[in-house]
Design a protein around this ligand. Sequence first.
Ligand code: UD1
Ligand code: CA
Length: 467
Amino acid sequence: MVAQKNLCILILAAGKGTRMKSSLPKPLHAVCGTPILGHILKAAQTLNPAAVGVVVGHGAQVVMDTVKNNLAGWNVTAPVVFVQQNDLSGSGSAVKAAIPLLQKFETVLILNGDTPLLRMETLHDMLHCFEKERASGLVLGVNVPNPQGYGRILREQDGTFQAIVEDADADEDTKKVTEINSGMYVFNSNSLQTALSQLTPQGPKNEFYLTDTLFLIKQMNQRVIVFTSEDYKQALGVNSKAQLAEAQQIMWERKAQELMDSGVTLLQPAQTYIDPEVQIGADTVICPGCYILGKTVIGKNCVLEGGVYIKDSTMGDNVTLKMGTYVEESMVEEACQLGPYAHLRPKSVLKKGAKVGNFSEIKKAVIGEGSKVNHLSYIGDTQMGAGVNVGAGTITCNYDGKNKHQTVIEDHVFIGSNVNFVAPVTVHEYAKIGAGSTITKEVPAHSLGIARERQVVLENKGVKKND
Ligand code: UD1
Ligand code: CA
């Protein structure tokens, strides 16, 4: 997509966020695993702006570092620049600090840095409306059930924009207005700069309100419009931990709805926690209490029983994950079965039809096609071929206190119960390992490896009848 060379997006993220009562700057609080600022940057990116400015102040360094480290993960390719706001005296001052950036562009879209639920479609529509109506200022207004804390949009008799009055400055009648300022705006850059130069401090905290620029632009006989959207939830501003929880709840609800619309079965949508980027195929059934996070992709016709946790992983079709299974950064091919209570740690690969069962842990290992690790095992740093049967309690001893070593188990090996493989070690195809063996040396193909004490029986040394 060609960059919109006249468009700059400015995100205001310098505020103190006092009401969060947190040492973490407000824009970095995560909603469904991604910082609020990440959600905003992702949405902004879809407009393909020539530049994105992030105004930083409170906690500037950590905000900048977090953004820089995550831009690639958020797929943000637009050039992002940081603007330092030294005097934290309101949203108007934040934008003033960015004038050297803004003056290079014709159109500026401004977003508060605390609205994680904004929809990219709305931003596109706002911009389109701004251009079509040849406006100099536009604000996204929504009607909310509880307008407390928000700036109210006042309209003239004829319905056109009049002014925005902050909650702290509102009289009783104004407080009853339910149409609020979402904190998302589009401006003609020149008009905005002129208006900014005319701002005066307002309200109990003597702040420069960005919202006053719309009134001032109107005073200059330029067109200011209120763009309205039915979806008021997208305007939720996160100012407190309660609003953070609310935002998270709404994001989960949205995702659940989207998945159900595309044919996924959620037995209890309100108790299912799925991150926005997750993809799930039709007719997959998800039971309550599942967490599906990050960049996970799940195929069709899978079953996730209750309490399954999956992060940044890929599952093929027809996979069954039984109760309590935990999977991180792993690849599971079609028709595999996991759990109950199986644990795949990062970089595990389960080939088609493999099974990992009760209380088995897999780490950085390939479990070959149709192979089974069904009970109480630890398989780490292992290459396992197809058709292998791993007996209960089998352990790969991959760590010598300093380094990790590889275990190789070739196709069709049969491993008895309670075997230890002291890595590095290789077991060749069609070998058998006797139960209770501690294997320290290579086992050739088709042979039996056995390494344990022979049993002795001592008569009359057992339990005495009257003991
Ligand atoms: C603001 C709006 C209000 C609107 C609401 C929507 C103003 C004056 N009021 O109120 O009309 O209904 O958002 O959520 O803008 N910021 C800075 N530097 C500062 C102060 C704030 O960058 O000096 C940033 C904050 O980080 C935040 C944004 O500006 O992302 C808004 O600030 P906030 O304090 O949350 O404003 P609200 O009182 O919510
Ligand atoms: Ca706010």
